[in-house]
Design a protein around this ligand. Structure first.
Ligand code: DQA
Length: 156
């Protein structure tokens, strides 16, 4: 609940590099929805579940690390599509471990059906779980899974 007066759970959705290009970026892989479409959809979903939502995108690893650090004591759960940083970033992993906030990993595409270098995630083994391959729906599913987790803390 993060000390917010209305006691609503607070979820941060983080998006990594190039996700600002969604809609025109390889639509056959990532779909037609823009990040603004996805944010709108997530806000509707969050409202339905009665949770507060913060939504953020950056192309810069350090900015994402800073945003995760700022989430300490503020956010109850982080949903992250780290994009290419999934496969490279120990810094993002350490930031998530550092704040100790439960994490759900999202990918629009099914990373396990793609090039071998996308099969490894630095986040997967520290996450509650992962949505991969469901397109924009994955974000909505992650919100539902996140709310379920927060209401049933400790059950995975
Ligand atoms: C992605 C998958 C990553 O491998 C890729 O680098 C991305 C997007 C996805 O949502 O499918 O940028 O995270």
């Amino acid at each position: 609940m993060s000390g917010v007066s209305d006691e609503r759970f607070r979820i941060l959705i983080l998006n990594g590099p190039n996700l600002n290009l969604l809609g025109r970026r390889e639509p056959s892989v990532y779909g037609a929805a823009t990040l603004a479409d996805i944010e709108r959809d997530c806000r509707v979903q969050a409202e339905q579940w009665g949770v507060e939502l913060d939504f953020f995108q950056s192309n810069h690893e350090g900015v994402l690390v800073d945003r995760i650090g700022a989430a300490y004591g503020e956010e109850d759960l982080i949903i992250i599509n780290p994009a290419a940083l999934t496969h490279t970033s120990i810094a993002l992993r350490d930031a998530l471990l550092g704040v100790g906030i439960p994490v759900i990993e999202v990918h629009l595409s099914n990373i396990y059906r793609r090039e071998p270098f996308r099969h490894h995630s630095y986040i997967a083994d520290i996450a509650i779980g992962q949505m991969s391959g469901f397109g924009a729906l994955g974000y909505r599913l992650a919100i539902e899974a996140g709310v379920y987790h927060l209401k049933n803390q400790g059950t995975r």
